[in-house]
Ligand binder design. Structure first.
Ligand code: TRP
Length: 324
């Protein structure tokens, strides 16, 4: 099974990206052939100036390498360096009924977030995502829960293409983590840069400390001496991922033997310690090193992409390329 996934370069990587998706990306490397990319075409749906994404592309790529994506084992690339993806998007769009895309809930949310830039690219975002996956014939797609609607659409489009022409694409499946939805420091919404409720992963310890200490805890525990409700507390929720003996801390909390502030301090220090190796790798990566990794990965991805596109063009009944 071939694995593919991508992330938009929207700024520094956070716990939601890590626990909800990238950790899974890293683990899958030991068993499968993996393709991972930075989705800079997708970023254009909300920010038309590609130059503004440049630093973010570096940040995200460096973060992915820092948390364990190994460019020797996986193909790590930049989406726009494989422009074949754009041609496949076009071919897929011809077999995609408009009504299928209109159903996708993320379009409405995105349009609300960017009311003065509701463009066709934003609308067809999931078709571009489908082309990302199908161009390498990805069969397993590790993503967060928010991407399930897109994956469902991509499966339908693949099926439709296969039926209309001939079966060349697998129907990709979403691979969810055990922790597909990570809430932000507000304890309410999904952790996201746009909401501003993130906790960093490769950021400096002071940044992580500040973010963790700002977390909303158990609202049903007004005083330190009141018993806590770990199940309702987002901070206690995070203990499950960071402490093997999390149950011990949950007990202390229930018996009011540890306060919310102390729990946050402990959590912050634990995260800072666990993420230390990530920070160290990150600090060594220069823009030049990252660029050459992306160039190399993109060339490998492009070889695969051209092969698929040759097949897709032939299936559709278009003439072959002249020069390839
Ligand atoms: N839409 C994904 C997100 O917002 C990013 C993405 C783009 C993606 N293309 C993809 C994820 C292909 C998986 C497969 O997170």
């Amino acid at each position: 099974m071939r694995i593919l996934s991508g992330m938009r370069p929207t700024g520094r990587f956070h716990l939601g990206n890590y626990l909800g998706a990238a950790k899974n990306w890293v683990d899958l490397q030991s068993q499968y052939e993996c393709f991972y990319f930075v989705a800079d075409y997708h970023a254009l749906t909300t920010e038309p100036d590609g130059r503004k994404a440049e630093d973010k592309v570096f940040d995200l790529t460096a973060d992915l390498i820092a948390v364990g994506i190994d460019p020797k084992r996986s193909v790590l690339y930049l989406q726009s360096k494989v422009p074949e993806v754009a041609e496949l998007t076009l071919l897929l769009s011809m077999v995609t009924p408009l009504s299928w895309v209109q159903r996708v809930p993320t379009f409405k949310q995105m349009a609300k977030q960017h009311p003065d830039n509701v463009n066709l690219g934003l609308f067809s975002y999931p078709i571009l995502q489908g082309a990302d996956i199908l161009i390498v014939k990805g069969a397993g797609v590790p993503v967060g829960k928010d991407q399930l609607a897109h994956l469902e659409l991509v499966r339908e489009v693949a099926r439709r293409f296969n039926r209309t022409y001939r079966p060349i694409f697998p129907e990709p499946r979403a691979l969810l983590t055990e922790t597909p939805l990570i809430k932000g420091t507000d304890g309410k919404q999904r952790m996201s840069k746009t909401v501003g409720n993130i906790v960093g992963v490769t950021d400096d310890p002071e940044v992580i400390r500040k973010q963790v200490l700002s977390m909303v805890t158990d609202i049903k525990r007004p005083r330190r001496t009141d018993p806590g409700h770990p199940r309702l507390c987002n901070v206690c929720g995070f203990y499950k991922y960071f402490f093997d003996d999390w149950q011990h801390y949950w007990d202390l909390c229930r018996r009011a033997q540890i306060g919310c502030y102390d729990k946050k301090k402990l959590l912050a220090e634990r995260m800072i310690e666990l993420f230390r190796p990530f920070r160290e790798v990150r600090a060594e990566l220069t823009p030049d090193a990252v660029n050459s990794i992306l160039d190399e990965g993109s060339a490998r991805a492009q070889d695969v992409a051209r092969q698929t596109l040759r097949e897709a063009r032939a299936a559709v009944g278009l003439p072959p390329y002249l020069d390839r």
